[in-house]
Write a protein that binds this ligand. Structure first.
Ligand code: NAI
Ligand code: OAA
Length: 344
């Protein structure tokens, strides 16, 4: 009898919890989480703000930019989902935007125009990222930082150095967002392999620029009959995915909508990890021992403190082994450029 009562009570609690969840309100099983987006009024920032407003794991959404955030925040705040939205605007309000943040997403900075490499953005974006990371070290030193601003291969090392100097660096909490490379690899592979894209998985390792982006199609699932020639073409298309969009936009910026989608996926994975959901694995650019490079993107298991485990590369094809050796000098030099900038 007692056990029946207990199971009835459990069922009732589960039912009421799931109806609470359906309504999108906070509950015991969904802790309060603050997410701050820096650069929230930009091409990525706006759709990313929308997608994070739709995420039921977020209770407080702080939208920060140096311009136009009041309008974006007012607009997004009318959506009837769980999170409270606040807009912050200009240097004076950056501290308030960051205070108490669990996850900080950074899409602040200039995008490419046709003919430019991501590294051409370094001179402007390095300074922007450095300033924002100084503020993160001061106002929310324990937040997980999702770095979107390019060149990611350098901005992540810049952030690490800023945090080290401030005495707040925790390598488990700093991530370069490379999810868009995975999103592209999945889409392009599904198209070639003629399999439903929803079930496709492709790890993408290395970094986030040109040849440093190394999709591992030999590990793609489901396994499909894709020729060597097609793998070479798929690899090149994934590496040049950003440039494909930059050229199509013809001077009006780079990927924003697909990046917002990818950024929202990665932030959601970080929140799930923080909340203790098991087996959350995403590719991301982190401090790493997987190769001899100090930072490297590979599969990472996310947990309650950020990085739980940096996973190895798995077996590589000869073509991928060659790609790995080829990317190392460029990736190392971008990492060093970031480190030197932060320390000068
Ligand atoms: N990691 C990735 O896969 C990708 C990265 N990106 C990068 O994301 C960055 C942003 O791209 P978009 O949104 O298209 O550019 P955008 O120019 O449309 O927006 C950037 C926003 O940053 C803001 N901003 C500038 N300085 C700031 C500061 N100090 N604090 C806060 N906000 C500041 C601007 O006011 C603007 O609203 C670029 O560096 C781009 O290369 C773009 C696509 C993919
Ligand atoms: O290509 C760019 O400049 C933006 C970016 O990082 C991407 O779309 O992957």
């Amino acid at each position: 009898m007692n056990s029946m009562l207990r199971s009835a009570r459990t069922l009732a609690t589960t039912a009421s919890r799931s109806s609470v969840l359906r309504r999108g309100y906070s509950s015991e099983s969904v802790p309060d989480r603050k997410v701050a987006i820096l650069g929230a009024a930009g091409g990525i920032g706006q759709p990313l703000s929308l997608l994070m407003k739709l995420n039921p794991l977020v209770s407080n959404l702080a939208l920060y930019d140096i311009a136009n955030t009041p309008g974006v925040a007012a607009d997004v705040s009318h959506i009837n989902t769980r999170s409270e939205v606040t807009g912050y605007f200009g240097d004076d309000q950056l501290g308030k935007a960051l205070e108490g943040a669990d996850v900080v997403i950074i899409p602040a900075g200039v995008p490419r125009k046709p003919g430019m490499t991501r590294d051409d953005l370094f001179n402007i974006n390095a300074g922007i990222v450095k300033g924002l990371c100084l503020a993160i070290a001061k106002y929310c030193p324990h937040a997980l930082v999702n770095m979107i601003s390019n060149p990611v291969n350098s901005t992540v090392p810049i952030a690490a150095e800023v945090f080290k100097k401030a005495g707040t660096y925790d390598e488990k909490r700093l991530f370069g967002v490379t999810t868009l490379d995975v999103v592209r690899a999945k889409t392009f592979y599904a198209g070639k392999a003629k399999v439903p894209v929803a079930g496709v998985n492709v790890p993408v390792v290395g970094g986030h620029a040109g040849v440093t982006i190394l999709p591992l199609f030999s590990q793609a699932t489901p396994n499909a009959n894709v020729s060597e020639e097609e793998i070479v073409a798929l690899t090149k298309r994934t590496q040049d995915g950003g440039t494909e969009v930059v050229e199509a936009k013809a001077g009006k910026g780079s990927a924003t909508l697909s990046m917002a989608y990818a950024g929202a996926l990665f932030a959601d994975a970080c929140l799930k990890g923080l909340n203790g959901v098991p087996d959350v694995v995403e590719c991301t650019f982190v401090q790493s021992n997987v190769t001899d490079l100090p930072f490297f993107a590979s599969k990472v298991r996310l947990g309650k403190n950020g990085v739980d485990e940096v996973l190895g590369l798995g077996p590589l094809s000869d073509f991928e082994k060659e790609g790995l050796e080829k990317l190392k000098p460029e990736l190392l030099s971008s990492i060093e450029k970031g480190v030197n900038f932060a320390n000068k």
